[in-house]
Ligand binder design. Structure first.
Ligand SMILES: *Cc1c(COP(=O)(O)O)cnc(C)c1O
Length: 406
């Protein structure tokens, strides 16, 4: 069932559990599929670093020519360190601090993606102080229901992201007049794990029409940033075909000479990631069966946070009828589970459980809750495995806490 051909027992023995393993070959295939979908135009695939920000992962994409969509200044530093060209880096996010804006301008990235009127003014002031105009795009909220989970929908008026069409127009007119601002791009991102094409096409149409009306007043937008959000298969979803996705967007851009920017995160890395955990015990509370493993919500929070479904695969197991069990971790929270009510045969301590589709928003959302060290990350490429982040140690956890020494 595992998408990769790998001896999980050997991996567990070599690196210990829990851990993340990433299939770099899958990452590359996904990247090329999307790049190909836009081949009729100039395009930049700007990997959304927040999905999986391991430097080796970002470097892997950088070597394929990827740009980076970053939501904090330190993500930008990661992207640069990993070899992403500065002119392919976009800075997004609703709450940028002054020091982040200043540093982004100093680093001369492609553009700052502005999400409010207040932010536009801050960028203007900071650019003025530096004496060099700032390249910006405005994140437009097209008020389209992406038909995804409410926590990961971002393109509705009730969401905190972007500005409405009328405000966007106002901001572009303002930026156009300002000697300190250079409006070069336009941006929308309506949600994550999108599986329906129509909302994307509609949003693209709305934003493309805005580009046309800006053009009529001599505001020449060069970068059309369609955000990320392409969904993947976790369970039984029918994902959008990248080719259809490309066609849907291109169909809204007739007569416009634009470079398309696409910012996928999950699509590139989601299905290529595996979380490997080991069975510690089984127990029953009344009728309820629990399989207790060494991985927990602090390592992979998606099931607890979004009720996200992840396919699980048992390596080992005993003879016997499969019976429903909750797979739970050692963290002191009732919400600490990886799957609920999954039919499993009897297990024994030491069996392995592979959690699939854990490459996006897995490790990057991990915490040290319960003083649990963050787990190692392993790359699989051309049939070879290598460690790309070692397991944290006690010393890593306590290093910033120096007060107790005094
Ligand atoms: C999170 C995010 C993305 C990536 O979203 P995915 O669903 O992982 O593709 C792209 N652009 C912006 C602005 C984001 O915030």
């Amino acid at each position: 069932m595992s998408g990769v051909n790998i001896d999980w027992n050997r991996v567990a023995q070599e690196f210990g559990t829990p851990l993340y393993l990433y299939d770099f070959d899958h990452f590359r295939e996904q990247f090329l599929k999307l790049k190909n979908a836009f081949k009729a135009r100039k395009s930049i695939i700007a990997y959304a670093v927040k999905a999986n920000s391991n430097l080796s992962v970002v470097k892997h994409f950088a070597q394929l020519g990827s740009g980076a969509d970053c939501v904090s200044i330190l993500e930008i530093k990661r992207a640069l360190l990993a070899g992403v060209d500065k002119y392919k880096i976009i800075f997004s996010g609703v709450g940028k601090r002054d020091d982040e804006i200043e540093e982004a301008l100093r680093l001369d990235i492609l553009m700052i993606n502005v999400e409010s009127e207040g932010e536009l003014q801050r960028v203007e002031e900071i650019a003025k102080k530096r004496g060099r105009p700032a390249r910006i795009s405005v994140r437009v909220n097209p008020n389209i229901d992406p038909k995804t989970h409410p926590y990961i929908s971002t393109g509705l008026s009730k969401n905190k992201f972007g500005v409405d069409i009328e405000t966007a127009k106002k901001l572009y007119l303002y930026a156009h007049k300002s000697p300190h601002l250079e409006p070069v791009g336009i941006h929308f991102h309506i949600g994550s794990q999108l599986t329906q094409l129509e909302p994307i096409r509609e949003a693209s149409q709305i934003v493309a029409d805005l580009v046309r009306s800006l053009k009529s007043v001599n505001i020449d937008i060069r970068f059309f940033d369609v955000g990320g959000g392409l969904g993947i298969v976790y369970k039984d979803e029918t994902p959008i075909d990248p080719y259809d996705y490309g066609q849907a967007i291109l169909s809204t851009l007739s007569g416009l000479d634009l470079t398309i920017i696409c910012e996928p995160g999950r699509f590139l890395v989601g299905n290529g990631g595996y979380f490997l955990t080991r069975v510690l015990y089984e127990k029953r509370n009344g009728e309820k069966r629990f399989v207790i493993v060494d991985g927990a919500m602090n390592d992979l929070i998606r099931p607890s946070l979004y009720q996200a479904y992840h396919k699980v695969e048992l390596i080992g197991g005993e003879d016997g009828e499969p019976e429903p069990a909750d797979i739970v971790g050692p963290v002191c929270e009732s919400g600490d589970f990886l799957r609920k009510d999954v039919p499993l045969p009897p297990t024994k301590p030491g069996d392995l459980i592979v959690v699939h589709s854990a490459g996006a928003y897995g490790f990057t959302m991990a915490s040290n809750y319960n003083s649990r060290p963050r787990v190692p990350e392993i790359a699989l490429e051309n049939g070879k495995i290598r460690l790309i982040r070692r397991r944290e140690r006690f010393e890593d956890l306590i290093a910033p806490e120096i007060d107790y020494l005094i």
